[in-house]
Design a binder for this molecule. Structure first.
Ligand SMILES: [Zn+2]
Length: 95
């Protein structure tokens, strides 16, 4: 998906002078995003929970690469709870 979109964007931006730098930049950015998606082991589709310190609702509403550890910033108390994944139980937790 990203690779195909990269080729289309690179072809379109190559029409703008100076042609080559835009196409090379689009291909480089697309290759970087494609590589990151290719190496991505786990993706968080969405998540909602409350901050363990102040109970402010926290959430992820678009697909995001799960990092290890995956910190989520609370805008209210500036605490950064960690999103954990228990693969054996297939559950998410915030601590
Ligand atoms: Zn908080």
């Amino acid at each position: 998906m990203v690779a195909g979109l990269t080729l289309i964007v690179a072809a379109l931006v190559a029409l703008i002078p100076p042609h080559a730098p835009w196409a090379v930049a689009a291909l480089g950015i697309g290759a970087t995003i494609t590589r990151r998606r290719w190496l991505e082991r786990h993706t968080v589709q969405s998540m909602s929970a409350d901050c363990p310190r102040c109970a402010t609702p926290l959430g992820i509403d678009r697909p995001t690469r799960l990092r290890h550890p995956h910190a989520i910033s609370c805008e209210t108390c500036h605490h950064e709870p960690l999103l954990t994944l228990d693969i054996s139980a297939s559950t998410l937790g915030v601590s």
